[in-house]
Design a protein around this ligand. Sequence first.
Ligand code: 13P
Ligand code: SF4
Length: 391
Amino acid sequence: MLYQAPLPPAYTRMTGGEMRDRIAARKAQLGKRLVILGHHYQQDDVIEFADFTGDSFKLSQLAAQQKEAEFVVFCGVHFMAESADILTTDRVKVVLPDMTAGCSMADMAAIEQVEDAWDRIGRATDATVVPVTYVNSSAAVKGFVGGHGGSCCTSSNARQVLEWALAGESPTGGTGGRKVLFLPDQHLGRNTAYGMGWPLDAMAVYDPREPDGGLSDAEIRRATVLLWRGHCSVHQLFTARQVDEIRSLDPSFKVIVHPECDWSVVQKADLAGSTEFIIKTIEASTPGSKWAVGTEVHLVHRLAKRFEDVKTVRLLAGIQCLCTTMYRIDLKHLLWSLDELADGRVPNLISVDPETKALARIALDRMLALVGDGASKSMAASTVDKAHCVD
Ligand code: 13P
Ligand code: SF4
């Protein structure tokens, strides 16, 4: 985890109201020089100040569009701020209000482990292996993927990217000898490939903590999709049993979950998709509908409040599904960042080195090119398509 120096004591003494007033004043003062981006998992009082909100995909697109602003203050986690730095021009400075806002999933794939895995897989098979990394990964891992002919993906477009990576391969026979190494979230990889029709036995889990990744050469050769053993500590809290429980409590609830959840949860859910997909689906649902949602608590509570008079929205289960690193971005860190910028200093600058940036940009640009610029197009592909599943 990166280091964040304690804030000057004045910031911890201020009331919420004072901080809000001062943030609003700093925003007005910085004007068009500043853009604040906020991920859907941010706290309500932070999201209130975001100029744009979105899921990881939408925020990457928004970052790429920032040509005029001088500063992008990223209310999200470290890998998102790195992506923004990679996608913006050199004159745009990207700031993360608290440097300890990392992502445990991204930390599960260190670049050295990925390089070792690549060599190990290469020794076991002559097949073409296409690396695909979820954007929830370090810039170094994105750079590796870009430098080895692969692409990034988000939970909004994993299917389109996997279809590109596995072009010529078919789950029902006929193979062009291609494989995918999917990093670092085994669940997004498994759920997406399964939704495309790949059976579970066409997948194998590569565990970077095991000698040889815990796989024999034969297992590597047999698998079409090699899944990295990584997960989201928030979404792994949801279980298939919780889905059963909510259905027995009230069968009229529809269950919608994020594809970072375990395969067994996604199979039992009615729908699965990115945070943006979850929001759009609940927005479009009929009055009176009831939703049990398997994703981070801040987003679910915000949706519940927004629709309280017309729809029922609740967490899938009464568990602590809080992303503690997203939570580190709070009003005081946001205000401190804006104060520093207004005083001519750039705090917590996120700056990816030029060589890594160039390679990571290839992987991010490939994703953006594959899915086009239409959010609706990516939305359509964001649902984990259970119609293609083989039970
Ligand atoms: P999306 O923003 O792609 O829905 O992913 C959720 C998440 O876990 C971000 O870290
Ligand atoms: Fe990482 Fe999960 Fe938090 Fe997203 S919700 S930032 S994947 S730990």
